[in-house]
Write a protein that binds this ligand. Sequence first.
Ligand code: ZN
Length: 359
Amino acid sequence: MDFAINSFDERLKIKNCFDGNLVYGAKKFHADTNRSGEGKPSSGGLIKEHAKVVIDTENERYQRKNGLWEDVDHCPVCGSDNRAFFLHRMGLEIYRCQDCTHRYLSPRIKFDEAVKIYSDDSTASDIYKSPIQKEIDNIKYTYGLKIIEKLNPPSKNKIMDLGCGTGLFLKIAQENGWQECIGIDANSNYSDGYIADGKPGLKYINTTFESLDINKVGQDYDCISLWNVLEHLYDLAGIVNSMREILKKDGLVFIMVPNVESLITKLSREMSPTFNWKHVSHFSPASLKKLFELNGFKEVFFETVITEIDNIKSYMSGEYPYHGHGDPKGLFDFITPEYIHKNNLGSRMIGIYKKVSHV
Ligand SMILES: [Zn+2]
């Protein structure tokens, strides 16, 4: 795989290869990756872990269970308390920060309760262990690593993946010449993944990572990656500052995170499974950039990936967006991956941030 980092078209060609809706069609992709069916994220009903914190009363339907929740009064990115109600979904309330556009959950699950549920979360690991998800992730991770390398990290010595899951990204980094590849995850369902197979240079630490203890994780990192992790974290400024401390001068942070301003989420709103208790933050392109700029980094790369194009077209056809109806008559052919990514409307964002020295 090679591409010119400044060529939109060359990047688009590769991005389309790890886009589940495009490669397989939404119906097959959701079924084969354990996303659809009863109790799964695309079903439109409660998933197992969500049922631990709300009750389906079938009346006003969803009520939060007592004692598990805490209020969030300030924007987790910029600290402002100026906010407006954004939307409701299954017992959750999401607010929009009027100063930085960030969306966030309030109330949210208390941290200690969240840790308990995460340690036994099989919904996410069922998705990421499925064979076609692994195939797609392989291309996605290789693409991400290439982008990191093209942005000139200080060296290819030391890389950390926070929330490493099965460790696939680090395995790819190791095969591409990175010397020390350290993975951290709180979910023990992943411990039988690649990272545990004892390859030299790969190390797995099973722990939460709201604050990174230098004694435990070491320092002098060239790069730290967070693939679909930042939206789960409670203390955003704390984690970004911790990463800053353990990075080398000019070290890079690679972020992949859901885009609350994606076309699919703009359309499907309350139907979108992105609004679940695990996602305490919902980043916009502006709020992601703001978080890093406020904490000693500058943005050196930004784009969106993953179109969810069949889901978009299902919604526009008047059907439930996640059940794979698509656009059998071709009425919406004018919506293309190119249109989506040119306008930063993809369902995930990739942002890369460089540590600045003058803070
Ligand atoms: Zn804000």
